[in-house]
Write a protein that binds this ligand. Structure first.
Ligand SMILES: C[S@@+](CC[C@H](N)C(=O)[O-])C[C@H]1O[C@@H](n2cnc3c(N)ncnc32)[C@H](O)[C@@H]1O
Length: 232
């Protein structure tokens, strides 16, 4: 807005396309729009703004060629299109048994399959967006970083699921639990860089890593044990 004031010209009108999978309840978003537009008008920081929604997977085309100036993806690329298949040993056992994503006890084969799926999906994402962006367009992508040296929330969810399975003796088939894996992959910086470089359509302006406790916005004054206790 300040830039346009300096240029003595009116701010441009903006069109924003929200994206989610088709199963999302877009009506809730749409119902919130009048209030949002009112707030924007009161703040007077932007020109006219028009928001619409596009149902579909971002692992594929969503918009016409050369139609977007800017893409923002926030904490969504951690959801890969599917959990890797083939996690069953020849003996019919789950290769990632007791875990539901990459965990400290996951084998290197499991990690490799997750990485392959991430690479495949991220490449499709980049290829799709490059068609949709105008020449010179840009993207800001935010995602969860590597879980390899940290505890992942999914490791704990997996442990809890195992406890529940034990408590519910016989209600769930063991094979179902042993072969269940979430389509979640938190890449390392290098893995992100490698895919972007190999795909070749985008150049980096900046790549930053932020370290964040997963519940840092809560109870920041409490120590780890006290924080854990609040989730019981
Ligand atoms: C962790 S939420 C982030 C939400 C929001 N962008 C934010 O930053 O708070 C990730 C969202 O991406 C959606 N999602 C996952 N895979 C998707 C896909 N292939 N295409 C579109 N949306 C997807 C999920 O359903 C989920 O609502």
């Amino acid at each position: 807005m300040q830039t346009f004031q300096k240029l003595n010209s009116p701010p441009p009108s903006l069109q924003a396309f929200l994206n989610h999978l088709p199963g999302n309840d877009f009506n809730t978003v749409f119902r919130s729009l009048p209030g949002f537009y009112k707030k924007l008008k009161e703040e007077g920081k932007l020109g006219p703004c028009f928001i619409t929604a596009t149902p579909g997977s971002f692992y594929g085309r969503l918009f016409p060629n050369n139609s977007l100036h800017f893409v923002h993806s926030s904490y969504a690329l951690i959801w890969i299109s599917e959990a890797p298949k083939g996690f069953i040993t020849e003996a019919g056992e789950g290769l990632n048994k007791k875990n539901i994503s990459i965990a400290k006890t996951s084998s290197s084969a499991v990690c490799a399959e997750y990485l392959e799926q991430f690479k495949k999906d991220f490449r499709v994402f980049l290829r799709s967006r490059i068609e949709e962006l105008v020449p010179g367009g840009s993207m800001v992508l935010k995602t969860m970083g590597s879980i390899k040296s940290h505890d992942s929330i999914w490791e704990f969810v997996g442990l809890k699921l195992n406890d529940m399975f034990d408590e519910l003796q016989g209600l769930i088939e063991e094979e179902k639990l042993d072969t269940f894996n979430t389509p979640y992959y938190a890449p390392t910086t290098k893995e992100v860089e490698d895919v972007i470089e190999a795909e070749g359509s985008f150049t980096f302006q900046s790549l930053e890593v932020f370290r964040n406790e997963w519940d840092s916005y809560l109870h920041s004054s409490l120590d780890k044990k006290a924080r854990a206790a609040t989730y019981r």
